[in-house]
Design a protein around this ligand. Structure first.
Ligand code: NDP
Length: 327
């Protein structure tokens, strides 16, 4: 038996509870992992609360991230004792995930734990941090350089936003943070933001084009915020879009794209090919100041993860939540 969060849905409703689960219930897979740490991402919040249609099968163990040690493997790349990390691939949505003491998975989804990180540090980064790195890689791929001008990061005090600020500032970019929590200004400045803007300036319907300001952007909010960021991006600037914390819609016009040559680069972490994942994790190893992870993250147990999932969706959780599944 092992402990895990189990999401059930039946005639008595949708619920998530910490339960004792029989090993025999583990799904099919060629690698069994003893999980050390998992995390709470926005998507885990949607899964645990049932506020978004994230879970595709019931019962489900949520958790789109895990770090642990291989217990048994029939996969050629892994053997018992190997330290591994997993992000995405539909785990915690259609296949049992990381918010439990054990997971059985397809070995192709795993990456070796990067040498520079402990399992807990890797989960302080988690999908949110790895997605932030994918956004940085997309900015670089489209030619945005530190000297080009300001980079705006929305949802700045959340998981993706916090890591994006830390990485971009370490790389020498000038980062402007957009947040609904101006009280967290000191935290955002400590991560490397040079200026803090109130998110209400971006969340209302705006003009098709406004004053050019941003050389690049990392947007986790979507909706009017993304449209306003595109409208205020400089000629040939690059906007990376990875989230929908403010809404799934995108009420923009083509003006920024056809008149200013702005590039809108979509970022997906879930099905991102393995080679790019490896690059993202390697770059996190060199371009993220590990000392900042202590400020970005806090550690909780499985029991605390359920109430925190509700707070995360309410936008009141700062940075990253690491879940010690054995606490
Ligand atoms: P968090 O909950 O940690 O952060 C989201 C932040 O967005 C909040 O902290 C808040 O920041 C801001 N926010 C919340 N609600 C609103 C709102 N209504 N309007 C404007 N801003 C809001 O989530 P993550 O950082 O883990 O994820 C952020 C987004 O990115 C989510 O939509 C998530 O689904 C998406 N995502 C996508 C991935 C992909 O593969 N494409 C991978 C990972 C995440 P503040 O208080 O500073 O304003």
């Amino acid at each position: 038996m092992f402990k895990g969060i189990l999401i059930e849905k039946d005639e008595s409703g949708y619920r998530a509870n910490v339960k004792d689960i029989d090993d025999a219930q583990l799904p099919d897979g060629n690698v069994t992992v003893r999980v050390g740490f998992s995390t709470l991402n926005y998507k885990d919040g949607l899964a645990i609360t049932g506020k978004g249609p994230v879970v595709r099968k019931f019962p489900m163990v949520p958790g789109i991230d895990l770090a642990g040690v291989v217990e048994e493997s029939a996969h050629p790349d892994y053997k018992a004792g190997d330290a591994v990390v997993l992000n995405g691939w539909g785990v915690g949505e259609g296949h049992w995930g990381g918010l439990a003491q054990k997971a059985r998975l397809n070995g192709d989804w795993l990456v070796p734990l990067p040498a520079r990180f402990t399992p807990q540090q890797a989960m302080s980064i988690g999908t949110a941090g790895y997605t932030a790195m994918l956004c940085v890689l997309a900015l670089e791929r489209h030619g945005v350089k530190p000297g080009d001008g300001e980079i705006v990061v929305t949802g700045a005090a959340g998981g993706v936003g916090s890591v994006a600020i830390a990485v971009l500032s370490k790389l020498g970019y000038t980062v402007v943070a957009v947040t609904g929590r101006p009280d967290d200004a000191d935290y955002l400045k400590q991560l490397g933001a040079v200026e803090i803007l109130e998110r209400s300036q971006f969340s209302a319907p705006g003009k098709p084009l406004s004053k050019e300001r941003w050389a690049g952007a990392v947007d986790v909010v979507g909706s009017h915020t993304l449209a306003n960021i595109c409208a205020s991006t400089r000629y040939r600037g690059v906007v990376t879009a990875c989230g929908l914390a403010g809404g799934m819609d995108f009420p923009s016009t083509v003006a920024p794209f056809i008149l200013r040559g702005v590039t809108l680069a979509g970022v997906d972490s879930v099905m991102c090919p393995r080679a790019e994942r490896m690059i993202a994790w390697q770059r996190l190893g060199t371009d993220l100041d590990i000392d900042k992870l202590g400020a970005i993250s806090r550690v909780v147990g499985l029991d605390e993860a359920i109430p925190l999932a509700h707070q995360l969706l309410a936008g009141s959780v700062r940075g990253r939540v690491v879940v010690d599944v054995n606490r």
